[in-house]
Design a binder for this molecule. Structure first.
Ligand code: PGA
Length: 271
């Protein structure tokens, strides 16, 4: 299976012009990749330009993204109803209709803005139901010595996936992102060098599979890919992919740096 390397641009860059330039530069870096699928997740407003229906116009190159190309487009969020009186929201069906393939659900920055496990559960079910691939983010705010953080992640998984249709779980990816290791949180805490390790990620990904097994039984626990996110850069990417056995990476800050993100993609190809 291909490694999934996801660029979470968050609320960047500031203009469509810059977004197009970054998209094109990133796409160029994926040209020779065979073992990596790159997913670019720009802000909502740029999605229509980059989804498979809009790419020809956005790039001016006259080529569309085809299924075989190594770049896919993802959204950073979605709502849970298909349509209706929900001012400011965007539905999974709308995303699908413009060629978006992936959606990130439950990112810690959205949880911090009030998104609950119950809302995340509705979003995941609705996104899976319309055929989107879901990158479900889980992760604790702090690592306490008594192991309580394991219960935090377990609860996020149990509520987030409650009642999910087993048949649709083939489109589910779990991204483990310890909140304390996300780059912007680290700088907020005075730049303290708190980095997760491949070894601790590996243990957490086994725990995540165990919880999925308890919930869904059968073979799903083996097939759900678990990705790592949190201050991924060109120095630590190989460790998470090789020693940590991560199925992919969710990259925030460094996905805005075309050179470093290009290096991370190359590392993914070799890992
Ligand atoms: P980071 O962000 O790579 O800047 O730590 C990751 C994320 O929040 O998805």
């Amino acid at each position: 299976m291909k490694k999934l390397i996801i660029a979470n641009w968050k609320m960047n860059p500031a203009s469509l012009k810059e977004a197009k330039a970054l998209f094109d530069a990133t796409k160029k870096n994926t040209a020779k990749l065979k073992k990596v699928e790159t997913v670019i997740c720009p802000p909502f407003v740029y999605l229509a330009a980059f989804g498979s229906f809009g790419f020809a116009r956005a790039s001016g190159s006259g080529t569309r993204l085809s299924k075989s190309q190594a770049v896919s487009v993802g959204s950073q969020n979605c709502f849970y109803s298909d349509k209706g009186a929900f001012t400011g929201e965007v539905s999974p069906v709308m995303l699908k209709s413009i060629g978006v393939k992936y959606v990130i659900v439950g990112h810690s920055e959205r949880r911090a803005m009030g998104e609950t496990d119950e809302m995340i559960n509705k979003k995941i079910k609705s996104a899976l139901a319309c055929g989107l691939k879901v990158i479900f983010c889980v992760g604790e705010k702090e690592r306490n010595v008594d192991g309580e953080y394991l219960n935090v992640v377990k609860k996020q998984l149990q509520i987030g996936l409650a009642g999910a249709d087993k048949k649709m779980l083939k489109n589910l990816f779990v991204a483990y992102e310890p909140v304390w290791a996300i780059s912007t949180n680290r700088s907020a805490s005075g730049g303290k060098a708190v980095e997760d390790s491949p070894d601790s990620f590996l243990r957490m990904s086994l725990f995540i599979r165990k919880v999925l097994f308890e919930m869904f039984g059968n073979a799903w626990q083996h097939s759900t890919p678990v990705l790592y996110g949190g201050s991924v850069n060109a120095q630590n990417a190989e460790g998470f992919l090789k020693a940590g056995l991560a199925a992919g990476l969710l990259v925030g800050g460094k996905s805005l740096d075309k050179k470093e993100f290009g290096e991370i993609l190359k590392i993914g190809e070799m890992a």
